[in-house]
Design a protein around this ligand. Structure first.
Ligand SMILES: *Cc1c(COP(=O)(O)O)cnc(C)c1O
Length: 575
């Protein structure tokens, strides 16, 4: 293609605390970072003039080790930065807690389908000029205490902004704040807009307006506790009193609330699924919050066997993901053959890694996500006897799990341990160190993708979309994206009802959802898989045609272009 698909006057700068750029670079922890990476990959495909900004994360999130009983321990990830990215010349400085911290960047180039590149700047404070402690600021993703985190956010917001200016990327017309971690960017823009004007604490309305015109904010967390907040005294110490005065209005209950700062400073705010937009609006009434539902990057998440299948039947799919709609015409036996190939790759990996003795012909259910309470990884084992009875009387079933618990999440760690205990009772395997490489294998290789979050805690969820990209149907609670993607018996199955009829205490809700899950397995999923294979393949086709064609980042980036990035309501691009 010679002509850019979209013509835009200037660039979008996408700021995110984590970005999953390459499976071999530990610059992401989970869903947020993978989404950021998929966004940038699709922006590169669509030739959107974009730059990305994040931290280098020299020690990564962590490498997960599991002992024989399933207790997690964490190790810093060792990786060689220079193998992936190139160091850039300019250095900028950020005032943090009265110190001057030097920041430089490494550039990683994301190349799109037609060769267009989106540069991503990975900020790094490991410089001889900095104190030993300051050299560690950009080391550990979500590590350390609140002070450490706020220093990281200073580097991301102020350092990232100064670096873009130093690189001469002065033609940026939109700043996209991916989650509240990047909110200090708003403050950096306020300072720039104020220039040399005398300050008396309040930000003049025309300055706020000028900043708002430039910012777009995506919120990802439906629970109040998930929003970044810093005690006022800590904020005062790290930001300094002059800067702190400028964000007085963003204090909430004695803390600097990053979501409020981002909300105040942005012209367009969105949640990451229809339902999440509504929930966010109720958390922050008074702010209009739109919804742009997440997606996944199709080429990244389609297994090799599905890539071949699509190349043969839907030759345009790599640059036009709407063509996945025509998966409806792919012969069923070819879908099954591609799935079989992906499944064998997974079963072999499970057996090699865990010695679980998985059987290639047995219904395989997958569940891989952050090990944390609301995801309810143990829900499927609520009634072990019933599950054992199902396995004996209705059809064999095997479960594969993966996921990391945050180092400070004791409940999450306990969950991993308890999942390991299930191995003696049912056919269960747990794969260690869940990352993008493993997600690729898992989402494509299982027969059914299970999801059991406690509603309304799942903002969107994206692993079910990766599964759909490979024809794998979801069996999921109606929360996050599944509210939109679910058509019963067509794209997969629900657990429980759309309008929650279950009792409210969460223990009762667990029992209610578990019973609904077993009913669905017993009456729908297992009979369909074992006795109506053709019907099962029809569901696989619809997962691709209906969900794969929509829940991708090509559609999502198009929506950001049209609805969020546009200039004063004039849509200047043709997508
Ligand atoms: C896709 C992905 C996630 C996010 O999955 P959810 O469904 O949102 O929980 C997390 N971690 C990795 C490694 C992924 O690839």
């Amino acid at each position: 293609m010679d002509q850019p698909l979209i013509k835009m006057p200037a660039r979008v700068a996408y700021f995110s605390m984590e970005i999953g750029l390459n499976p071999l670079m530990p610059t992401y922890a989970g869903g947020l970072g993978v989404l950021a990476g998929d966004t940038i990959r699709s922006a590169a495909d669509l030739e959107v003039p974009m730059v990305g900004v994040t931290l280098l994360h020299r020690r990564g999130y962590f490498y997960q080790r599991l002992d024989r009983k399933g207790w997690q321990s964490e190790e810093a990830v060792a990786w060689s930065v220079g193998d992936f990215a190139e160091p850039l010349e300019p250095q900028v400085s950020v005032e943090i807690d009265g110190r001057t911290v030097q920041v430089r960047a490494w550039r990683y180039q994301v190349k799109g389908m037609s060769g267009h590149t989106v540069p991503v700047y990975l900020l790094d404070t490991t410089l001889a000029e900095n104190s030993p402690w300051d050299q560690t600021i950009t080391d550990s993703l979500y590590g350390g205490d609140l002070y450490y985190r706020l220093c990281q956010e200073m580097v991301l917001g102020f350092g990232g902004f100064a670096l873009l200016r130093a690189l001469g990327d002065g033609d940026i017309f939109r700043f996209h704040l991916n989650e509240g971690h990047a909110a200090l960017l708003v403050l950096a823009l306020i300072e720039e807009a104020l220039g040399t004007r005398p300050q008396n604490g309040d930000v003049p309305p025309d300055v706020i307006e000028r900043v708002r015109e430039q910012c777009v904010f995506t919120t990802h967390t439906p629970v109040p506790a998930g929003h970044d907040q810093f005690p006022a005294d800590l904020a005062h110490r790290v930001l300094g009193s002059r800067r702190c005065d400028l964000v007085q209005a963003c204090q909430h209950q004695g803390a600097l609330n990053m979501t409020l700062l981002a909300l105040r400073g942005s012209r367009f705010v969105n949640g990451v699924a229809m339902r999440h937009g509504e929930v966010s609006h109720s958390l922050y009434p008074g702010y209009p919050i739109h919804s742009i539902t997440n997606g996944v990057h199709a080429v990244t998440w389609a297994a090799p066997s599905f890539q071949n299948l699509y190349d043969r039947h839907l030759p345009d799919w790599r640059y036009d993901q709407l063509s996945l709609r025509y998966a409806i015409s792919i012969p069923g036996q070819e879908i099954w053959a591609a799935h079989r190939e992906a499944k064998l790759a997974l079963v072999d990996e499970v057996n090699r890694e865990t010695n679980a003795g998985f059987d290639r012909d047995v219904l395989t259910v997958g569940f891989a996500r952050r090990a944390t309470a609301y995801k309810r990884g143990m829900l499927v084992f609520h009634d072990i006897e019933r599950l054992q009875r199902l396995a004996k009387e209705v059809g064999a079933i095997q479960f594969v799990f993966a996921g990391k618990a945050h180092p400070q999440d004791q409940v999450g760690k306990e969950m991993i341990y308890r999942l390991h205990e299930m191995r003696g009772l049912l056919s269960v395997a747990y794969l260690a160190n869940y990352d993008m490489t493993l997600a690729r294998l898992l989402c494509a290789g299982v027969d059914v993708w299970l999801n059991t979050p406690l509603p309304p805690m799942e903002a969107s969820g994206t692993s079910g979309m990766k599964a759909a990209m490979n024809g794998v149907p979801s069996l999921s609670v109606l929360d996050g994206w599944w509210v939109e993607g679910h058509i019963e018996g067509i794209t997969g199955w629900s657990i429980g009802e759309k309008v929650e009829v279950c009792p409210t205490p969460s223990s009762d809700l667990d029992a209610c959802h578990a019973a609904a899950l077993y009913d669905k397995l017993e009456r729908q999923v297992m009979p369909c898989f074992y006795q109506h294979r053709e019907g099962f393949i029809e569901i696989m086709k619809h997962a691709i045609a209906i969900n794969g064609a929509f829940f991708n980042t090509q559609r999502m980036v198009g929506q950001y272009l049209r609805n969020a990035y546009r200039l004063n309501g004039q849509s200047s691009h043709g997508l």
